[in-house]
Design a protein around this ligand. Structure first.
Ligand SMILES: [Zn+2]
Length: 331
């Protein structure tokens, strides 16, 4: 009799243990979320804006790109950066073998993505994808999650989509639905390049219809929304707020938005990054944007505003660890 009671208890303990093993998928394999360390949640090493019809790895020499990017990644060592979320989507120059090389060389974890980028009127969406249903698109992303990207065996750590800065078109709504369907299957977090609040709340509504929690959604480029109350509203729903343009304007580096979000008690839903980089094929003269203004300018400014080490740790370590953990987050 005692044994019969003991067995279910043992299974309960075991299942708790499995649930505690929160994993994040990097280009070199899975890591425990606890190992993520200081993380830049939205950066790029290589982007090609030529468009879906012409984009190709033949447009650049990977060695040349590798050597141009490397010094900027090496600058991150003194700031203790352990994880770099590379947000370049498919058909915009995502090169996962390059990411793996850079990861091996620097010891930094790289996280890459599956997904489709609809912003800029679908310039980066191939024609055949425009005719696909949300279910078909989701199946394609799920296959990449299971088998790896383009036959490399390198698996995506999140789903990246993008919508235009206006109410969602039918196809962009379909991308959000596909992301929700793929999330339910994989537990991958959905990162959506979104402008102002209107598109963000519409996407959260689609997730809601599919039974997916706002906790599974990162509102990328949320800094494009001028009404900060909307950021608070989304954060209170559970959505991740990505302020990822640090370094693009001196004004933002003062840290006013973050001070406001701290005052509103939603700092535990905020991610920060630069959206910086990158090597651009065919544009050797392009100036590379550094990945360090957060460490050199923003953090000292935040400390002057009364931010503690715990607050900084929340923004750069704990929040990304939670946001990028592979976990089904359902309503
Ligand atoms: Zn970006």
């Amino acid at each position: 009799m005692k044994k019969l009671i003991f067995l279910p208890f043992l299974f309960f303990l075991l299942s708790c243990q499995i649930q505690n093993q929160n994993k994040i998928i990097t280009v070199t394999g899975e890591i425990n979320a606890k190992e993520i360390g200081i993380t830049l949640g939205h950066e790029h090493v290589l982007v090609d804006f030529i468009g879906a019809e012409k984009v190709s790895a033949d447009r650049y020499n990977q060695d040349t790109a590798f050597h141009q990017i490397l010094p900027y990644l090496n600058e991150l060592e003194e700031h203790g950066v352990k994880t770099f979320v590379e947000c370049t989507p498919s058909y915009l120059g995502k090169d996962v073998t390059l990411l793996k090389r850079l990861s091996k060389e620097t010891g930094i974890n790289f996280i890459t993505n599956t997904g489709f980028y609809g912003a800029f009127d679908n310039k980066f969406i191939p024609q055949h994808v425009l005719g696909m249903t949300a279910e078909m698109i989701a199946q394609f992303w799920i296959a990449e999650f299971e088998q790896g990207i383009d036959g490399t065996g390198i698996r995506p750590g999140f789903i990246k989509i993008a919508v235009d800065r206006k109410p969602l078109s039918e196809f962009h709504a379909s991308l959000a639905r596909a992301a929700a369907l793929a999330h339910k299957e994989t537990g991958l977090t959905i990162m959506s390049h979104t402008g102002p609040a209107v598109g963000a709340f519409q996407q959260l509504e689609i997730l809601n219809e599919e039974g997916v929690s706002p906790e599974a959604f990162i509102w990328t480029h949320a800094s494009n929304e001028e009404d900060w109350l909307k950021l608070v509203e989304a954060a209170q729903m559970g959505c991740w707020i990505s302020l990822d343009k640090y370094g693009w304007s001196e004004e933002a580096l003062k840290g006013e938005t973050l001070a406001y979000l701290k005052e509103q008690n939603v700092l535990d839903k905020v991610l920060i990054s630069h959206d910086a980089g990158w090597y651009e094929p065919g544009k050797p003269e392009r100036k590379f944007k550094s990945y360090t203004p957060i460490f050199k300018i923003l953090i000292p400014n935040l400390k002057e505003k009364g931010f503690t080490e715990e607050d900084i740790n929340l923004l750069l370590v704990e929040n990304p660890a939670k946001a990028f953990t592979m976990k089904k987050r359902l309503q």
